[in-house]
Ligand binder design. Structure first.
Ligand code: GTB
Length: 219
């Protein structure tokens, strides 16, 4: 039986690759593992059936036989560790790839999410513009060293790994801000990743959740 993941029935970005099931879809596509998707609504996610999979009531989750996982990082690490294509076999480059996964999640993503949230929740506050400038600088302080590490290379550690997969999807959260554009090599890095056939299949499948529903509503 193929693994089952959960994804938004109705994503606020209309399936443009921002919800975190994209990470899992892309990883599964990279390793050639077919999978099933169970779509959940915002209220489904807070019901006992879903809370048994993820106590925080969020997507994505991953079920494969006896194993149930939540947290996209843990899911990607499991997929990458149990298949070939996302983590090198050699322990040293393997550890470096895992390091980049964690850097994406723990070091680069938090200021990006904080910047995003201020727009959602505090956009009407008198101090919003000032705070945004400060948060933009916090994001730049993560992008500048990352850009230096990447330099002219195609991927962070020579070959494409789960570290690149995670980093690229974190960087994509900056779309619409013009912050990434200050770092041309990071823009090329994201574009290079988006051109991968596995990324495109994952993106199209996530997008189809939205477009197919609209086809049904408006034939
Ligand atoms: N740390 C967890 C992980 O990595 O798996 C975080 C999971 C998470 O934040 N899930 C979000 C969720 O379930 C969806 S991805 N939210 C519902 C809730 O908390 O009640 C975050 C997300 C959703 C949509 C967009 N978008 O549309 O642009 C972007 C990001």
């Amino acid at each position: 039986m193929n693994p089952t993941i959960t994804a938004f029935e109705d994503s606020p970005d209309e399936g443009r690759g921002q919800a975190r099931d994209m990470r899992v879809r892309w990883a599964l596509e990279e390793v050639g593992q077919p999978y099933r998707v169970r779509l959940v609504s915002f209220s489904d996610m807070k019901q006992p059936r879903h809370l048994a999979l993820n106590p925080f009531g969020q997507i994505p989750t991953f079920e494969d036989g006896d194993l149930t996982l939540f947290e996209s990082g843990a899911i990607i690490l499991h997929i990458a560790s149990t298949s070939t294509g996302l983590l090198p076999d050699d322990p040293v480059p393997r550890a470096r790839a895992v390091m980049w996964m964690l850097a994406a999640l723990n070091t680069v993503e938090p200021p990006i999410v904080e910047r995003e949230q201020v727009g959602y929740w505090e956009g009407d506050k008198p101090w919003y513009d000032e705070r945004l400038l400060l948060l933009n600088d916090r994001v730049r302080r993560r992008l500048a060293p990352l850009a230096r590490c990447l330099g002219d290379a195609a991927w962070l550690e020579g070959t494409f790994t789960a570290g690149d997969l995670m980093m690229v999807l974190v960087l994509r959260r900056l779309s619409g801000t013009n912050l990434l554009e200050e770092f041309p090599n990071l823009c090329s890095y994201v574009a290079r990743a988006e051109a991968r056939p596995a990324y495109q299949r994952a993106f199209e499948d996530q997008r189809a959740v939205f477009t197919d529903r609209h086809r049904l509503i408006r034939p």
